[in-house]
Design a protein around this ligand. Structure first.
Ligand code: FAD
Length: 414
């Protein structure tokens, strides 16, 4: 928690449990990424009074490397609008941009910012410092110490704080190791040596971008072989049979893809089965346009790092087979672990009242947590509703569910 957040939290600590003098708005949404923007657009169109906070698409503009291409297919890369005329294709046509596949990051960000201007022109870019539970709802505190009272809060703040850093790298100086999700400039490593760790899209695409920027790259992956998405393209060209195997969201392999597209069904499955589906649908793999870009990168599969130690300004790694490698920098594509206690704006008093399963909130229909009026959407909802919620394409289901919950159940059971 930042010093600034702590100060604000202490100052209003005495207000916890007190009645807010007024309800300023029905709903506060925290986060202006694909989920927050889509939810705000739908709720506004349904006549709900909404205030949304956050810098538009900050994760995509600040934490993704320039030159990145989206892994999700174009059909699954639109935000969810209350009208059909605000798709990615509509933006490209209006802006005179050619429709490319895979979709470049820059186009996706420009599209989402256009979406924001259309549907959420009154977006408040201030950061939320703390959320307090007060009688009748919530008090959201902003960095400038102003606050806003609402009946509901929707948390749509993404995966930024959830970076997974394996223990072996935790004691290295910050100057020698960077997680993919903290954003890095590939040109910074031109002419240097970098080791990338991981076998998922982030690791593989980072390795490709670094290599193309003139970095000497080595990739180390635990998996015995690298996996590539879309290895059986013919399965997508079988007409009605393909539709039975894959949903339009295209998350997960044949068959599982259909199940993943029914998040209300997934939520009612036993947790062990839900977890199996989730893990299978998002196991580490790279897009099928990456192997050609990686053909000149040294790749060591079936290996993991046992020890990492700084040597001067460099790092020496010892692998499980006893071999050593030395490098200027390490990039970790080691994924993330959802743990909502790492959202520093959620006070301990709120966290105590949210039922969790391994860091994820347990969610009911309408994305309701166990604290009435508090909702979570995006990746934090994936343990309840399945892996669709890890991707942009899940924003449609989340937004429609929220509208249904909030419009039909104006009174919040407490
Ligand atoms: C390398 C990489 C590649 C990916 N590629 C794809 C892809 O191709 N297709 C796909 O569907 N998904 C992809 N994903 C997953 C992607 O992160 C999610 O689909 C998407 O970003 C989820 O949107 P979101 O709105 O939940 O979160 P985010 O996009 O992370 O947005 C959260 C927003 O909340 C804001 N915020 C956080 N804290 C506060 C606060 N205290 N106050 C105010 N605002 C706050 C942030 O500024 C941010 O803008 C990728 C992820 C990574 C890491």
């Amino acid at each position: 928690m930042s010093a600034e957040t702590r100060v604000v939290t202490t100052e209003i600590g005495s207000l916890v449990g007190s009645r807010p003098r007024t309800i300023d708005t029905e709903v506060v949404i925290i986060g202006a990424g694909p989920y927050g923007l889509s939810a705000a657009a739908h709720l506004k169109a349904a006549g709900v009074d909404v205030r949304i906070f956050g810098k538009p698409m900050e994760f995509w503009t600040e934490k993704m490397p320039a030159g990145m291409l989206l892994r999700s297919p174009r059909i699954a890369s639109s935000l969810s609008a209350p009208s059909p005329a605000h798709t990615l294709e509509a933006y490209e046509a209006e802006a005179g941009i050619p429709a490319k596949s895979p979709l470049p990051l820059e186009t996706f960000v420009a599209y989402a910012q256009w979406f924001q201007r259309q549907f959420v022109p009154n977006l408040d870019q201030r950061e939320v410092a703390a959320v307090q539970s007060v009688e009748g709802g919530f008090r959201t505190l902003l960095g400038d110490e102003s606050s806003i009272n609402s009946k509901r809060v929707i948390v749509a703040t993404g995966i930024g704080p959830f970076q997974h850093i394996p223990k072996v790298f935790r004691s290295l100086p910050d100057s020698t190791v960077t997680h993919c999700y903290s954003g890095f400039d590939v040109d910074r490593y031109s002419g240097k040596e970098v080791i990338v760790i991981g076998a998922g899209q982030s690791a593989l695409e980072s390795a490709a971008l670094l290599h193309e920027a003139g970095t000497k790259v080595e990739l180390i992956a635990r998996n015995s072989t690298l996996r590539w998405i879309g290895q059986h393209p013919w399965l997508h060209h079988l007409g009605p049979i393909s539709s039975m195997l894959y949903s339009k969201h295209d998350v997960g392999p044949a068959g599982i893809s259909r199940l993943v597209a029914a998040p209300n069904l997934v939520r009612n499955l036993p947790l062990s089965l839900r977890d199996k589906i989730r893990i299978r649908a998002v196991r580490p793999a790279g897009s099928n346009w990456l192997p050609a870009r990686l053909k000149n990168v040294v790749i060591k599969t079936g290996r993991f790092v046992n020890m990492a130690r700084p040597v001067g300004s460099r790092v020496e790694l010892t692998l499980d087979d006893g071999s050593t490698s030395s490098t200027d920098h390490i990039i970790l594509g080691t994924g993330y672990s959802v743990d909502i206690s790492r959202y520093n704006f959620l006070t301990p008093e709120i966290l105590e009242r949210v039922q969790l399963i391994g860091g994820y909130p347990v969610l009911r229909s309408g994305f309701r947590s166990s604290l009435p009026g508090l909702h979570f959407i995006g990746a934090t909802a994936a343990r309840s509703f399945g892996p669709l919620l890890y991707f942009v394409t899940g924003a449609e289901f989340a937004s429609l569910s929220l509208v249904s919950e909030i419009v039909k159940h104006q009174a919040i059971p407490r």
